[in-house]
Design a protein around this ligand. Structure first.
Ligand code: 3HC
Length: 293
């Protein structure tokens, strides 16, 4: 089956990014948000990104218009009824995602493939909210979606092999390197990334080094684009805490357990860049200052 029309549910950071790369890759794309304000915010973000690409000379003004022309926003879930593929990128909560997929299952024809951008929930558990687990995969993108070159394509034991290959081909058409992963909690990236990020917090807790020195060590010593504590602020401390709890619950291994400092920072609302403070203070977003913790 050729994918022509793509639906994206959720126009937050991840959903907007997915909608942008889908429209840019030539797919007719419809993105749904719950209310007009959130939808407007998401679409404006995409338009800003496209305008920046024109300014840099990466795309022409004509191409920008074509991408925008392939993208439509809606607040009505039924508008996704004629999509060949629907990608879910809503809040990372199992009941909300299962409810959404049950609704989509009623609205969309049998041929429609469903995908979730979840970073930590079990794809199998989402797929069983529908009557089409054989047409259900994980498509896990990375923030910022237009920049990061990877998508994890996740299969469950029930995923049809042809559907899976089609989704790998779809990820490649988006300009990403599509890696194949099984439905193991955290897939490949978070299986490796989460213990690393948590270890950076443990190193800080144990006084191995300061916030800046831990970050500079991994940035300059290992060539990572961001140090781990900066990356934690970028991903969100609440998000990382949530993922670590799910991974710990699954594997019962200390490497996935949230360090006390992470829990306390989340309780205090210091959730990182989006909250204005995490390991760094973002009062001046151009010049983050390491916190005294
Ligand atoms: N949207 C679109 N483009 C963006 C962007 C955004 N939000 N942020 C940066 N860019 C673009 C810039 O325009 C620039 O493009 P250019 O090279 O064509 O001029 C390019 O990205 C580089 O940006 P900057 O020069 O401003 O800054 P950096 O060189 O520091 O790059 C970064 C920024 C790409 C975010 C880089 O620091 C990076 O790769 N950081 C690591 C990000 C990462 O690890 N993400 C994965 C997080 S884990 C995850 O998402 C999974 C989840 O399950 C937890």
């Amino acid at each position: 089956m050729a994918i022509e029309k793509v639906g994206v549910v959720g126009c937050g950071l991840m959903g907007a990014g997915i909608a942008q790369v889908s429209a840019a890759a030539g797919f007719s794309t419809i993105v749904r948000e719950v209310g007009p304000e959130l939808l407007d915010k998401g679409i404006k973000g995409i338009e800003k990104n496209l305008a920046r690409l024109v300014e840099k000379g990466t795309i022409t003004d004509v191409a920008k218009g074509e991408v925008r022309g392939r993208l439509r926003g809606t607040t009505v879930i039924e508008d996704l009824k004629d999509c060949d593929l629907v990608i879910e990128a809503i809040i990372e909560q199992l009941p909300a995602k299962r409810d959404l997929f049950a609704t989509l299952d009623r609205i969309c024809p049998e041929k429609t493939i469903f995908a979730s951008n979840t970073s930590s929930l079990t794809i199998t558990e989402l797929a069983t909210a529908t009557k089409r687990p054989q047409r259900f995969v994980g498509l896990h993108f990375f923030n910022p979606v237009p920049v990061m070159k990877l998508v994890e394509v996740v299969r469950t034991i029930a995923t049809d092999a042809t559907v899976y290959d089609e989704m790998v081909a779809f990820g490649t058409k988006l300009g990403k390197t599509a890696v194949r992963a099984n439905d193991s909690t955290g897939f490949i990236v978070n299986r490796l990334l989460v213990p690393y990020l948590l270890d950076a917090i443990r190193a800080l807790e144990e006084g191995v080094g300061s916030i800046e020195d831990i970050d500079n060590s991994m940035k300059l010593g290992c060539g990572y684009p961001m140090g781990p504590l900066t990356l934690l602020d970028f991903v969100g401390l609440d998000t990382t805490y949530y993922i670590s709890q799910i991974m710990f619950d699954e594997f019962k291994e200390r490497r996935f357990a949230a360090p006390p400092l992470l829990k306390r920072m989340v309780l205090a609302g210091w959730n990182g860049r989006k909250a204005g403070r995490g390991f760094y203070d973002y009062s001046d977003p151009q010049k983050p200052v390491a916190q005294k913790l």
